[in-house]
Design a protein around this ligand. Sequence first.
Ligand SMILES: Nc1nc2c([nH]c(=O)n2[C@H]2C[C@H](O)[C@@H](COP(=O)(O)OP(=O)(O)OP(=O)(O)O)O2)c(=O)[nH]1
Length: 211
Amino acid sequence: MPSRSVPPSIDGEFTEVTRGGDDKWLPYKTKRLYTNAFIIHGNKLLLGYKKRGFGLSKYNGFGGKVEPGETPDQAAARELKEEAGIEAPLEHSGTFLFVTEGGPDWAFQIEIYRAEEYSGTPTETDEMRPVWFSIPASSETAKAAVASVIENVIDNDLPPIPYESMWDSDYLWLPLLLSKTHFVGRTDFKEVDGAFKLERWWFGVPTSTCT
Ligand SMILES: Nc1nc2c([nH]c(=O)n2[C@H]2C[C@H](O)[C@@H](COP(=O)(O)OP(=O)(O)OP(=O)(O)O)O2)c(=O)[nH]1
């Protein structure tokens, strides 16, 4: 059987990590830039409960539209401050295209960031309620867990990452973010009566990082 190609929007040499659905990738007219930022502190992950607008009632990283004249890095820092009241040395962690059928005719290009430190106190805003979740221990996170004990920031009473209350595809790439593996991807969703259902996806990592 011939091997399946990567989605047309993926440029560069990437090794597939996961894919699903068929190859009928949705068309889109243009791309709009968005950001999303995740704070990892020891064995804890900070998410925000979305109180209004797009993604209402889901848990997510902090982010939004890149405004005219801004770089994605600047937008990510601004959105983190606006939505969670904190600052952090954000590092770019991945990027993916989010395309919807029944939604806008443009694609969201979402630049994903991570940081392992922050300053300030996570604070509820009109848009987001910050909540800490526990990151499951694994070989990848074991080092972070040890560091947590040393820094005395370990907290075993937190709920696990609420994948069931996040965007449907986040469980596919969040482990890559947690393990500091840069990733690219594409998700196609179908919007029916305001609910978004994952139809097809592809995620990969730079081939140079594969052994
Ligand atoms: N984790 C995750 N985030 C997503 C997905 N799709 C998607 O748009 N997002 C993010 C990208 C943005 O961070 C956020 C949408 O931006 P937003 O509507 O909150 O933008 P904003 O804050 O600038 O908007 P607003 O204040 O003007 O309402 O949702 C997804 O599949 N997974």
